[in-house]
Write a protein that binds this ligand. Sequence first.
Ligand SMILES: *[C@@H]1O[C@H](CO)[C@@H](O)[C@H](O)[C@H]1NC(C)=O
Length: 302
Amino acid sequence: MSPGTRRSSRNDAVAMLFVLLCYQAVVQVLSKERPPPPPQNVYVDQWEMKWTPATEERNITYTVQYCSSDTICTEWKDVPACTQISSSFCNVTLLKAEAERACVRLRVQADRRGSFSKPVNACSMNSDSCTPWFNLTTRPNSLTVHLSKDHRLAEKHAARAKHRVYFGKEGDTPEGHMTTSSCSFDNLKGGQRYCVSVEYVYDDNPVGMPSCIQCEVIPSSRDAKTPVIIVVVMVFSVIVIVASAYIYLFKRKKIKEWLQPPYEMPDMLLDPLPERHIFVLPTGNNEENYDVLSSITLNRSN
Ligand SMILES: *[C@@H]1O[C@H](CO)[C@@H](O)[C@H](O)[C@H]1NC(C)=O
């Protein structure tokens, strides 16, 4: 092996090592920098918080945090029993006492070896003094959100407390609408699913947890017209059937008369009979003899 070849192979080895080191560094940086996807469908039902992991990865843990405030949420604290857990649920009953004093909000974030996902706020399945109650009704191309007026927040803060209604097509980012009473959304697309959630707002700041999303399919106005068309067609059919029966049973003769083509007597029959058709009684030169009737007696039995 010549010294030149040895040097070149050593250079190759160095280059390869350099590439490997670079690769490892990039992988390390990437795995450290890349936060896990945030959990989905985060909700609280009777102080049991649940979520859906966005990834099947094993090394993901979750941390639940809470904030208790009737105004601006300034500090998020970890829920003691729910930090870096691998399950997708946690019992948050110990916050019940906290919730007696002020409205509690909850959120959860995923964590992969110290790299945290964006936190996701929980909605509440139960309406209470901190989560508004609402109900949805639909009409053709329209949806109404019915809200309850008597809530603790309104008593406490009078006119400064409002509802924020989040409304949008299913799958789209919903838009927030401030309102103090029930509200309607019109000119909606028939057949489309629209979703709503509602939260209490105090001076533009959300208070407590929003209610979980409810969705409804909007009926289209064509669907609403269909029964009207069916009724009209049915009424029309009944009228036609009744009229036909009446005509058939009672007016058959008249109809026949109407339907008859105008009848004209042939001219020949209307003309006075011509002279030659008058029968001439036989006279004397006839061979037969006739008795001349002098009188006719009608002999009736009764
Ligand atoms: C949550 O914990 C409380 C007490 O800490 C317990 O009474 C309750 O049954 C638990 N709930 C569930 C769903 O496990």
